[in-house]
Design a protein around this ligand. Structure first.
Ligand code: FES
Length: 105
């Protein structure tokens, strides 16, 4: 069953900001990329790098894994560069009355 969880207000996550959210046994990175919020699992598909600690490129909408440098598209979770080649899970983001929410299951 999908579940909607509150993250924080939009004001608390301005463009360029990143937040780590824990939900059950998942760690999810929430990114404000030039005004649009995206959420992906905080675990690189190559070797478990912590993506929230990587460099966010707001123009390209990518996050760079801090371990070996794979770039992931935040919109899709797809890696754009090696060594990762398997996508990372993404989560639908809703903004409801300035509150950021995620749909998880
Ligand atoms: S752990 Fe992310 S590229 Fe290796």
């Amino acid at each position: 069953m999908p579940q909607i969880i509150d993250i924080c207000s939009l004001q608390e996550l301005p463009p360029g900001a990143v937040r780590l959210v824990e939900w059950e046994d998942l760690e999810i990175g929430v990114f404000n990329c030039a005004g649009t919020v995206y959420a992906i699992e905080d675990r690189c598909s190559h070797d478990n790098g912590t993506l929230v600690e990587g460099e966010l490129d707001q123009d390209a909408c990518t996050i760079e894994c801090p371990r070996h440098g794979s770039l992931f598209d935040l919109r899709t979770g797809q890696p754009k560069t090696l060594p990762a080649y398997v996508p990372v899970d993404t989560f639908p983001v809703l903004v409801d009355e300035e509150m950021i929410k995620l749909e998880v299951e």
